[in-house]
Design a protein around this ligand. Structure first.
Ligand code: IFM
Length: 453
């Protein structure tokens, strides 16, 4: 019997999990893979405790069992995975590594066999180090190299993979990597983050064309991390600070992709976004070519307070009141509604939307009975998914949800200290233990509905 209560989701709704190559694959030297900026960054101490992702969750070798687990034990029908650019084009440009393509080809074959719908991300931050040595995302040529690599992947996988995501969270790659120094390549220069942002977006636009030229029946989107941002107070200073933070986190991506412009307020702080030597004629037209879908990731709700003591931006971001995670970010799952409706409300965008990441890190441990009772994560998913349901009611064409993440993994600067998975990974033995949240999600996916309250 179909569940018609408000807790039910549309027929055919995709229930999936999201992953990223560098965070789970390990095997960083296998089968001709080139070095990425993250290999170098962690070697230089960029990650918590000196953690390194050389083995991580060993997904490169264990994917057959992991895919069977997610399909058979968790009942999930979607996997968002990323392809590691340095496995396909080890030097970033030029020679293609057949062994790298073969690996993903086998993985996609198994997904087809198991009835898993793949959503393939082409850039989840593992830029080939050789390109970094030529300037990385500060060099305009990187955008074209990205499009060339995207074409190679589409040519090989596009007969089975019908949904490609060009970039994952360009905000993180540009700002955490070039302004905050927290992510590879570890730079701390706000102006450079603006240049990187433009070249990432240009890479997206060029890749969009390259993918479509390669396979006419695939759909292409981009995944954005959008934040819920509010001013700390109604003072003119806080209102302006919040508008600037919103422009950096949200509007730089939405304005450029959906309206072909950069937000005026941000240009005042990042003049490179109006510099004709960087933003060349035709760039914004390319960046704003129509998408097939939008991928949205949600994590953070924050208050923004003006603070003249903070260089360049002149503001501080504070967590919204309430519980926080290990990073001090507010745990406000219901905030996902606001970011899901925003493209429709502010831009009239009616594109299909996938929640390409939703989840959080909790203090998970295996109890003496061998179980991981992650009730905090279940409560988080429950509240977030009710908010997704409300966004559907408000007219957003949401096609599926991918929880972050399938397996505990290498959480970038936090290394292995933060567990986001629905599957506990004992890194020593590589044993997998389904957390309670995985079994909760299995029931939601099976019923295509949330539990009634
Ligand atoms: O682990 C990351 C992921 O790679 C991108 N989105 C946010 C996640 C949690 O920080």
């Amino acid at each position: 019997m179909t569940d018609t209560s408000q807790t039910a989701f549309p027929e055919g709704f995709l229930w999936g999990a999201a992953t990223a190559a560098y965070q789970i694959e390990g095997a960083t030297r296998a089968d001709g893979r080139g070095e990425s900026i993250w290999d170098v960054f962690v070697r230089q101490g960029g990650s918590h405790n000196g953690d390194r992702a050389d083995i991580a969750a060993d997904f490169y070798n264990r994917y057959p069992d992991d895919l069977r687990m997610m399909r058979h034990d968790y009942g999930l029908t979607g996997l968002r995975f990323s392809v590691a650019w340095p496995r396909i084009v080890p030097a970033g440009a030029g020679a293609v590594n057949a062994a790298g393509l073969d690996h993903y080809d086998r993985m996609v074959d198994l997904m087809m066999e198991l009835g898993i719908t793949p959503l393939c991300t082409l850039y989840h931050w593992d830029l080939p180090q050789t390109l970094q040595e030529r300037g990385g995302w500060l060099n305009r040529d990187t955008s074209q190299h990205f499009a060339d690599y995207a074409a190679v992947v589409t040519d090989r996988l596009g007969d089975r993979v019908k949904r490609f995501v060009t970039l994952n969270e360009p905000w993180s790659a540009a700002f955490m990597g070039h302004a905050q120094g927290l992510h590879a390549p570890g730079l701390r220069d706000y102006g450079k983050a603006g240049i990187a942002a433009h070249h990432l977006l240009l890479g997206h636009g060029l890749a969009l064309e390259a993918i479509r030229a390669q396979a006419s029946d695939v759909t292409v989107g981009v995944t954005l991390w959008l934040n819920s941002i509010k001013p700390f107070s109604n003072s003119a200073e806080d209102l302006d600070a919040a508008s600037l933070a919103d422009a950096e986190s949200n509007r730089i991506w939405l304005d450029s992709l959906l309206a072909g412009r950069y937000p005026e307020r941000l240009v005042q702080t990042l003049p490179c976004l109006a510099d004709p030597t960087i933003i060349q004629p035709g760039d914004l037209e390319l960046i704003s070519r129509p998408l097939d879908f939008l991928g949205l990731n949600y994590y953070v709700r924050e208050l923004v307070k003006a603070d003249r003591g903070v260089p360049v931006t002149g503001y501080r971001r504070l967590p919204a009141p309430g519980p926080t995670n290990y990073r001090g970010d507010s745990l406000s799952p219901e905030g996902i509604e606001e970011i899901l409706v925003r493209p429709l409300v502010d831009y009239g965008c009616t594109l299909p939307v996938y929640c390409t990441e939703v989840g959080n890190a909790f203090n998970d441990y295996v109890d003496p009975t061998g179980r991981v009772r992650d009730g905090g994560r279940i409560a988080y998913f429950d509240a977030a998914l009710r908010a997704v349901r409300r966004a559907l009611d408000r007219g957003v064409d949401i096609r599926g949800v991918f929880v972050w993440t399938l397996l505990d993994d290498f959480e970038w600067d936090a290394g292995f200290s933060a567990r986001y998975g629905i599957t506990y990974v004992d890194y020593g033995s590589q044993k997998r233990i389904p957390k309670d949240s995985a079994l909760w999600l299995r029931d939601v996916a099976r019923r295509n509905a949330l539990p009634t309250l």
